[in-house]
Ligand binder design. Structure first.
Ligand code: 5GP
Ligand code: ZN
Length: 111
């Protein structure tokens, strides 16, 4: 199975790394939608939030813990976390990812 974000997490496709540990990889989005925009992904292939189960939920929770830690380290106190799930919601890469956006005023509701 070929998956863009599995390849990025494995270092087969270059990316600008923000953070990495044995479970997750974080990297800057190639098409930033805010002054700071990075993605946090599990190294394990999970297609989207809809595929989170009791068995893999701990890695999804770890992504959120990493977001709290990395934003603190970057000195970011206000930010938005987004995970698009499914084409209608705007998901274009079918590997679970959390967008972290910061550095500008955000509107609500999102488009
Ligand atoms: P989605 O649209 O699935 O919510 O988010 C996918 C994100 O991945 C988009 O914001 C897009 O800009 C980003 N993206 C797509 N391909 C690449 C890539 O090759 N490298 C990086 N760094 N980001 C990518
Ligand atoms: Zn994948």
């Amino acid at each position: 199975m070929s998956c863009l974000f599995c390849a990025i997490a494995a270092g087969e496709i270059p990316s600008k790394k923000v953070y990495e540990d044995e479970l997750v990889y974080a990297f800057y989005d190639i098409d930033p939608q805010a002054p700071t925009h990075f993605l946090v992904i599990p190294k394990e292939h999970i297609p989207s939030c809809a595929a989170i189960t009791a068995e893999n939920a701990s890695v999804a929770a770890h992504c959120l813990e990493v977001i709290a830690r990395v934003t603190k380290k970057l000195g970011i106190s206000d930010f938005r976390v987004v995970s698009n799930c499914g084409a209608q919601a705007g998901q274009s890469v079918p590997h679970l990812h959390f967008h972290v956006l910061a550095g500008r005023d955000m509107t609500w509701p999102p488009g």
